[in-house]
Design a protein around this ligand. Sequence first.
Ligand code: PA5
Length: 436
Amino acid sequence: MLKTNFQVSEEYLRRALSSLEALEGRNGKGNEFLGWLDLPEATPSFLIDECEQVASLWREMGVQVVVVIGIGGSYLGAKASIEALRHAFEEDVNPGKMRVVFAGHNLSEEYHAELLDFIEDKNVACVVISKSGTTTEPAVAFRLVKEHIEKKYPAQEACRRIVAVTDAASGALKSLSTQKGYKTFVIPGDVGGRFSVLTPVGLLPIILAGYDIREMMKGACDMARRCREKNYDNPAVRYAAARNELYASGKKIEILVNFNPKLQYVGEWWKQLYGESEGKDGKGIFPAAVNFTTDLHSMGQYIQGGERILFETVVSVKHPKRELVIGHDAQNLDELNFLAGKHLDECNKMAELGTRLAHIDGGVPNLQVEMDTIDEYNLGELFFFFEKACGISGYMLDVNPFDQPDVETYKKNMFALLDKPKYEEASKAIRLRLKD
Ligand code: PA5
């Protein structure tokens, strides 16, 4: 069970509790997007069965690679889960396993050309995920992958190799899927992208990669129960209170720290969750993430000695799933015999403790979230904990945590520069500006 160590004042705890009440009472800002609160308990078993049926069908068809297309909330939850759960050298260790790769999360020509090289001689299928169904990056990637699949397989078979996850009724992806006859899964209208990991957005890719989504749901359910409690022991209340108190004291940047590279993309997922939810109206903690001990050799100096506007939240893992003991060397030329007989994890834990103490001494307050081990259950707990705390924390900041109005600004410029129809005036204006 997830444990935390947040020290917080009564005043901030009280404020966090009243934000929890607004969230639970569904009467705060953005309350039309609170469907994610119910996902752990309300997701029907048949939905998971349906995702499993896609996985079985594609396995029977001999699919080797599934290209999952999406960006932001439509990919980071699945990516974070799969990276956390997979063997670090999966392709060599489990060569027969259906492999999930991601696309449409950037517009790089090299990346997508190399993806097409990679799938050229593979048995391939595709899941395209977009709630709006109109986001440029995944739409472009889907056009490329769809063309590849349609060239390679007869029409009916191509159709069986594509699944869309999108809105129930609106958007270009929905109409394209209906016309082509793709199997589709629905993203509920009241769940925003970055809160959607427990909808088919996350469920389907995670199941396709071979992981146990029911366990993840169990973890999320248990955490949902804990995070509903209207008391100061509620971990989401404590985390939201702690980070807001630190923010008010001038700590403007929060760094999510892991000591296990498997959690790198949990950091990316968390950055989107908090960055898009809180960074608005001229407010918000800037979310950053590091992988230790790796980044102690790159970012460690700044964290220890740079500007004192940082605090850290360390995601600790209590039990590694593997054991490795450092051996004794009779010659001891590397002078490491003081570590002989110790588990590598003990070294990692001492690095973690030593770093936390050093950072606290250096003026970087330290919060800790401890998970038992990295598995589906614990990830379910962790995801829901961070989501719930994010809703509470956004309300404490007095922003709407469930919209992202400022993301549109770059899109308008990009469309104007690419001469998208209906952007003619903006195209003229931006070209004039660029002449100056
Ligand atoms: O959290 C969000 O809502 C966004 O980050 C979206 O997930 C992201 O922009 C992708 O949008 P869509 O799923 O509509 O393609």
